[in-house]
Structure formats: structure tokens, C-alpha cells
Design a protein around this ligand. Structure first.
Ligand code: HEC
Length: 158
């Protein structure tokens, strides 16, 4: 028993496994952003709105993800990639103008709600990305912007 389950042996296997994990890299490539489709570009969003959203939302809700160094380290990279894919699937601002009017309205309302209730940006993200934390002023700027785009507060859950 001692011979096969020694601490050293386990450590060596663990390092081997982590080493092998590094070969499974995430795909960071993305297509070119289309000015006429992107939410901020196509609506000619003011610069302050664009800046806040690029810092606080676009890493997960667009193809324009700015990857940190640890996105090269598995298994952190897999976990990050999963969040990014989930975020893009839910809402990709790069494709805004390709949404139906109904979907746009729903997403605008959801954005307003997420910002008002401080659910977005994701806390697990702002914990590391301090620059993405929204202060009261920034939050208000986004709230005003989404309202000016037609976002409405939903009552009774829908
Ligand atoms: C770290 C990644 C990340 C960041 C940054 C982020 N989101 Fe999200 N967002 C997600 C993920 C993942 C989901 C889907 C799962 C969920 O709802 O938690 C989501 C869901 C959403 C939804 C849909 C919610 C619903 O009702 O289903 C909206 C709207 C949204 N985000 C808006 C924003 C806005 C606006 C920002 C910036 C202020 C932002 N998000 C920043 C990852 C992120």
C-alpha cells in the first residue's frame, strides 16, 4: 500500500494530469465586429456609456473578450471559457441589430434589471476585475442609457 500510494507518487500523477490539461487550450479567435450590428456602434452610444460597457459587459457579452494571462492556465481557462460562452449565448451585443424587435425589448429590460439589482457584471468577475466594478454614477449612466433606448421595468417577473 505505502509503495503505491505514497505522497510523492500522488504528487507526480497530479502534476502529470495538470501538465496534460495545458494541451487543451481554449479558442480565443473571433470574427470581425460589424459596425452596423454592434449595439454601441450602431446606436452611436455616448463615449462614457461605451467605455463603461466595454469594461463591465463586453468581456462576456461580445466577441471582443480581453483575455487575462490566467486564461492560458487550465483548468481556470475552461471555467472562464464556459462563462464567456454562456454570457454570449444569453446576449451578444455584437449582433444586436440582428435581433427581432421583441428580443431587443426583452434584452433591454433584462439589462436594466440586471444593472439595477447589481446582478451584472457577475460578482465572480468584479472580484478580480476591479475596473469592471460599477460605482453609483456609472450604474446611473447605464440605467439612463438603457431607459433612453426604451428599456422598461418589468413587474411581476415578466
Ligand atoms: C464575467 C462574465 C459576465 C459579465 C462581465 C457580464 N455578464 Fe451578463 N451574463 C453572464 C452570464 C454567464 C449570463 C447567463 C447566466 C446568468 O444569468 O447568470 C449572463 C446573463 C445576462 C443577462 C440575461 C439575464 C436574464 O435575465 O436571463 C443580461 C441582460 C446580462 N447578462 C447583462 C449584462 C450587462 C448589462 C453587463 C455589464 C454591466 C453584464 N451582463 C456583464 C456573464 C457576464
Amino acid at each position: 500500500m505505502g509503495k503505491y500510494f505514497s505522497f510523492r507518487r500522488i504528487l507526480i500523477y497530479l502534476m502529470l494530469i495538470i501538465g496534460i490539461m495545458q494541451f487543451f487550450r481554449i479558442d480565443k479567435s473571433h470574427e470581425k465586429v460589424q459596425t452596423d450590428l454592434d449595439f454601441l456602434l450602431s446606436t452611436d452610444a455616448p463615449e462614457n456609456v461605451s467605455k463603461i460597457m466595454h469594461e463591465a459587459c463586453y468581456d462576456c457579452h461580445s466577441n471582443e473578450t480581453k483575455y487575462p494571462w490566467y486564461s492560458d492556465v487550465a483548468p481556470i481557462s475552461w471555467w472562464l471559457n464556459n462563462h464567456i460562452h454562456e454570457g454570449r449565448e444569453e446576449l451578444n451585443f455584437n449582433y444586436w441589430q440582428s435581433f427581432t424587435p421583441k428580443r431587443k425589448q426583452r434584452k433591454l429590460n433584462e439589462c436594466l434589471e440586471m444593472i439595477q439589482e447589481r446582478e451584472m457584471p457577475l460578482p465572480s468577475y468584479t472580484w478580480i476585475h476591479k475596473e469592471a466594478r460599477l460605482n453609483t454614477d456609472q450604474r446611473q449612466i447605464l440605467i439612463n442609457w438603457f431607459k433612453s433606448m426604451g428599456a422598461r421595468e418589468e413587474k411581476d417577473g415578466d
